[in-house]
Design a protein around this ligand. Structure first.
Ligand code: S3P
Length: 434
């Protein structure tokens, strides 16, 4: 049954708190499971992706108790993980698979990581290469994809790794393996990717070196984490309010880590009216949060997206493309080839969808040009990619006749309350019987 979205009846209004940050939620569950003692996680994202991580940590011996919006994790200490009795199924989540691969490569037991069809087609050599340099042994398919058979080696060596791509998943994988390895592990990358691992490990008692580096072996101590609202989920509400005439919404407690906020800069550059009020009580080394007020700002203008902004909005390019479809003039995205190896080939999926709406989109291997226009009613396929599905649903709010979106069920991987939150603000969307 497709998700149908269609012209909102009036302005979007109200105050909302988007769901917990997905990246920080995965890390809270993994770090809590590795720590000695009981960690407390508040406002965790409960979604298909984070449930995969929680289940995997439980298979490795961590125990979880739910208490409203608080989850307690009892870890066994870094040396206390036990061999899983079955393959660990990471579902749709690249973060879960790549971060756990780092942990598992360093264990004194073997394990298998697998996922759904999308995850099992995503590139894993990018983590296998550094882990093998550390002494790990991992078997993948011939194409370098999962299932991954990990032959544990409790005697890994630290590594100084120059990652060819800006990727927090690669960086975090190496740092997590480095926690168990002898000597220094350090990762440099062409541009800074999200730095949640570097900010959060010290909360769990880990001494970090300069940048993304640490000395192993080191254990983790239980901690208390309050998960900010996810700026990547907030981006859909921001975009919807920018598109629908007269809208005025307030988003509370949104993560404002500068490695995540380039989408907000991009929409401001397009003429969007965003008022960001940081919470001044949060220490600089922790995860900054704040409130964002968004008011409809007339027709946005297309921009040339500065390539150095791409890593800090890597998950927001699909929704930027949706906004570009109605903006004045051309929006150009470059140096964004990574988008092609996400949950889907996001440049291609978005280009196809927008073209079906009559929008002119030109694809290049590393980017797209979108010519703003008047998207026309269409049926599109989100190819089971949550962020593409939500991007089309937001655009539907200003489409006469609306849009039918196939492959939208995976919205649950990151934002299970998306349809309800959008509707509560006044948006027009829901499942349509065929
Ligand atoms: C994530 C890193 C990014 C991002 C993903 C979450 C993380 O992936 O796209 O949604 O939590 O570390 P890459 O590191 O592959 O760019």
């Amino acid at each position: 049954m497709p998700l149908h979205a269609e012209t909102a009846a009036g302005p979007l209004t109200g105050t909302l708190t988007p769901p917990g940050d997905k990246s920080i939620s995965h890390r809270s569950l993994i770090f809590g499971g590795l720590a000695e003692g009981e960690s407390v996680i508040e406002d965790l994202l409960v979604s298909a992706d984070t449930t995969a991580t929680r289940n995997a940590m439980a298979q490795l011996g961590a125990t979880f108790t739910d208490d409203g919006n608080v989850i307690r994790v009892r870890g066994l200490g870094a040396a206390g993980l036990g061999a899983p009795d079955a393959p660990l199924d990471m579902g749709n989540s690249g973060t879960a698979m790549r971060l756990l691969a780092g942990v598992l490569a360093a264990q004194p037991f073997d394990s298998v990581l697998t996922g759904d069809a999308s995850l099992n087609s995503r590139p894993m050599r990018r983590i296998i290469a550094p882990l093998e340099q550390m002494g790990g042994r991992i078997e993948a398919t011939e194409g370098g994809t999962a299932p991954l058979k990990i032959h544990g080696n409790a005697a890994l060596q630290g590594i100084d790794y120059a990652s060819p791509v800006a990727s927090a998943q690669i960086k975090s994988c190496v740092l997590l393996a480095g926690l168990f390895a002898a000597g220094t592990s350090r990762v440099t990358e062409p541009r800074l990717s999200r730095d949640h691992t570097e900010r959060m490990l010290p909360l769990f008692g880990v001494r970090m070196g300069e940048g993304a580096s640490l000395e192993g072996p080191q254990g983790l101590k239980a901690a208390r984490v309050r998960v900010p609202a996810d700026p990547s989920s907030a981006a859909f509400l921001v975009a919807a309010a920018l598109l629908v005439p007269g809208s005025d919404i307030l988003l509370r407690n949104v993560g404002l880590n500068p490695t995540r906020t380039a989408f907000f800069d991009a929409v401001k550059a397009m003429g969007g009216n965003l008022e960001i009020t940081p919470d001044a009580t949060i220490a600089e080394d922790l995860e900054p949060i704040g409130d964002i007020r968004i008011r409809h700002s007339g027709r946005l203008r297309g921009i040339d997206l500065p390539p150095e902004w791409v890593p800090a909005m890597i998950d927001e390019v699909p929704i930027l493309m949706a906004l570009a479809a109605t903006a004045e003039g051309r929006t150009r995205v470059t140096e964004a080839a990574e988008l092609r190896v996400k949950e889907s080939d996001r440049l291609a999926v978005m280009a196809r969808g927008l073209q079906a709406m009559g929008i002119e989109v030109t694809e290049r291997p590393d980017g797209v040009d979108v010519m703003g226009g008047q998207p026309a009613s269409a049926r599109v396929d989100a190819v089971n990619d949550h962020r593409c599905a939500m991007s089309f649903a937001v655009l539907g709010q200003v489409m006469a006749g609306g849009v039918d979106i196939d492959g939208a069920d995976y919205i649950d991987t990151s934002y299970p309350g998306f349809v309800d939150d959008m509707r509560s603000a006044g948006a027009n969307l829901g499942k349509r019987a065929e």
